[in-house]
Design a protein around this ligand. Structure first.
Ligand SMILES: NC(=O)c1ccc[n+]([C@@H]2O[C@H](COP(=O)([O-])OP(=O)(O)OC[C@H]3O[C@@H](n4cnc5c(N)ncnc54)[C@H](O)[C@@H]3O)[C@@H](O)[C@H]2O)c1
Ligand SMILES: [Zn+2]
Length: 345
């Protein structure tokens, strides 16, 4: 065991505080990673504040980890000391079930999340707001040359979570895609869809971030507070990617789909959606969800980002600003991902 520094949530209502946690010894198939940066995902906040259910406190969150391999286990061939690597939302899975064989480790019944999950040794996994982490080598992704570690960190969740549905629903040259919400996930969704050749519209609460959305490659940017948006864009989109962390009047958004179009939710509000059957039946539309992505897909996304020069737009913060950053995320005041400099932890 080694004792490392971290920032933990002591309860659902108290601010995160500096602390220490134990990381396991490096096993034969493990790597020890010296964390350089950890992105702040809205899921960290939902989880730590108990919005998705009870949590064992104190809890260290963070599943957008970028760093450098500091030690490798005796049987590790995939990574070497000094390699630049990332860890996303998963740190292990069974490796033999259909989902794992298909590279969809996120569906493995025994998948282990990066934080707030029970690890093989019975301990609760602790995430990336920390200086070091030990993970199975297969769950460390290679960060290609050409992407800096700070802008790479958010790709490990925000990047893969938007990449998976864009790929699954076959977004390509000429696809008409709307991205709802221009936050951490949304700003990655826009960049990735544009790079796949789609014509992208951002649907945001207001036009405050319009200039940024267009700079990211969107060709249209509309305010959802303006009812005209819903009449103008009716029936237009092949795919709508909803990244909003709050409840939305989903029926209105379904009306923007072309026949046989799909609205896919990656945003995870605690409230249920209200969906009348005829909002789907009319144009044979689909309402879907998508959960992060598997390890091969994550590597594919990282390589694609390196090839296309895509990274997250970030604001790097020292660890002692993390509570302020969380409040700003909740207030939609972030352009577009906070990233903790782990050297300040
Ligand atoms: N499905 C998955 O696998 C997965 C993975 C990661 C995150 N998530 C979830 O996705 C959501 C977004 O995460 P994020 O880190 O991008 O958060 P974020 O806070 O960076 O972005 C959320 C965006 O939604 C916008 N928004 C908030 N309320 C809105 C409203 N009422 N109408 C329109 N827009 C509104 C905000 O302005 C912001 O731009 C969260 O719920 C998070 O838990 C899901
Ligand atoms: Zn996340």
């Amino acid at each position: 065991m080694r004792t490392v520094k971290a920032w933990a949530a002591p309860s659902a209502t108290e601010p995160l505080t500096a602390t220490t946690i134990e990381r396991r010894d490096v096993g034969p198939n493990d790597v020890l990673i010296e964390i350089a940066y950890a992105g702040i995902c809205h899921s960290d906040i939902h989880t730590a504040r108990g919005e998705w259910g009870d949590v064992p406190y104190p809890l260290v969150v963070g599943h957008e980890i970028a760093g450098v391999v500091a030690e490798v286990g005796s049987e590790v061939t995939k990574h070497a000391v000094g390699d630049r690597v990332g860890v996303g939302c998963l740190v292990n899975s069974c490796g033999v079930c259909d989902a794992c064989r298909a590279g969809n480790e996120q569906y493995c019944p025994d998948a282990i999340g990066t934080y707030n999950a029970t690890d093989r040794d019975g301990t609760i996994t602790q995430g990336g707001y920390s200086t070091h982490v030990v993970v199975d080598a297969d769950f460390a992704l290679k960060i290609p040359e050409g992407i800096e570690l700070d802008v790479a960190a958010p790709l490990l969740c925000a990047g893969i979570t938007t990449w998976t549905p864009l790929r699954r629903w076959g977004v390509r040259e000429g696809s008409k895609v709307a991205v709802v919400g221009l936050g951490g996930l949304g700003h990655m969704g826009v960049q990735l869809a544009v790079a796949l050749g789609a014509e992208v519209t951002v649907l945001s609460q207001s036009l405050k971030k319009q200039e940024d959305g267009l700079a990211l490659g969107a060709t249209d940017y509309r305010a959802t507070s303006d009812d005209e948006t819903f009449t103008d864009l009716r029936g237009k989109f092949d795919l709508i990617l909803n990244t909003v962390s709050a409840d939305l009047p989903i029926k209105k958004y379904l009306s923007l789909l072309a026949p046989e179009g799909t609205l896919v939710n990656v945003g995870a509000p605690a409230e249920p959606f209200e969906v009348p059957a005829f909002a789907l039946i009319g144009g044979s539309k689909a309402l879907a969800g998508s959960n992060i992505g598997g390890i091969p897909g994550t590597q594919e996304m990282l390589d694609f980002c390196a090839e296309k020069g895509i990274g997250a737009k970030i604001e790097v913060i020292p660890a002692d600003k993390v509570n302020e950053a969380w409040d700003r995320v909740v207030a939609s005041d972030v352009r577009y991902r906070f990233v903790i400099d782990a050297a300040t932890i």
